[in-house]
Design a protein around this ligand. Sequence first.
Ligand code: FMN
Length: 322
Amino acid sequence: MFKTKATEILGIEHPIICGGMMWVSEANLVAAVSEAGGMGILASMMFPQKEKLREEIRKVKSQTQKPFGLNINLFPALRPPNNAELIDVAIEEGVRAIETSGRSPEEYVKQIKDGGVKLIHKCARVRDAQTAERLGVDIVVIVGFECGGAPPMDDITTVIQVPLAVDAVNIPVLAGGGVGDGRGFLAALSLGASGVVMGTRFMATKECQIHPNVKQALTQAQATDTVPVLRSLKSMERVLKNDLSLRVVEMENKGTTLAELIPLITGEKSLSAWESGDVDKGLIGCGQVIGLISEVKSVREVIDGIVGEARSILEHLCTLTR
Ligand SMILES: Cc1cc2nc3c(=O)[nH]c(=O)nc-3n(C[C@H](O)[C@H](O)[C@H](O)COP(=O)(O)O)c2cc1C
């Protein structure tokens, strides 16, 4: 029903992509999203050694024959030195798409394209979408301020970012940030997007392997229960509001140094929160769309629900013009 340039390029049924998520996007979730007709994207940062990544990719392939992708986060502080190796593994294993983010993918465009892999670049500024198009990227994702992960530093929301990006480039644009149901999905298509990238909604699914306490926290939270942190480091992330994230913001507002912040924001600290399910112990990434999520569903229920709801809304909207 919702065939777009993105479904055509990626060879998928529905233009619904689960963006790569650190701590979250492992084989079971990725395979479930692809199997339900969307596209799941593995987070390479969770499998930084190439043989571990190969193992995880093969785990996805054992659960689905449908296309899936690999996220390569190029943000300098996070960037592992072996991205080229990880991309080679993706090419060798027949991964359909690579989703880059964090900075320009220029260094890797040739390798990815020569390997026959589609390149999706996720960015938070329209000018970065234009650069991506110039570099030969196939599809660009533009995220808005409400998103989980890294929101735009200039606080522009999805409803503004998407049409600006659509007007600025000729390649397909996917909308990221704030989409969790058929209403958001159809709104994104109405803004000119060729599909959506969702993260937070897929965290609260049965197939997602994160701790049940994290899923429970997400389903109970309100739209006001997130906060952007690390703006002062120009590495902003939207996370669940808890004592720790509020303390980080308070310290940033007082002009604290990176050295003082580091003990609060290390990967180990976050890992321990994700693993133990003690959601007050670490920074738990999620978007404002938590305000629309009240139930842990299966991935298929989420995707079929979105497509079905969007179709009904569309039919209803048509009656308004008669
Ligand atoms: C916990 C979490 C971790 C994320 N990690 C990454 C990442 O490693 N690389 C990346 O490109 N995007 C990452 N993202 C962003 C998502 O891929 C996606 O763009 C975003 O979640 C969309 O916004 P939404 O959460 O409002 O749906 C992350 C998001 C979340 C919630």
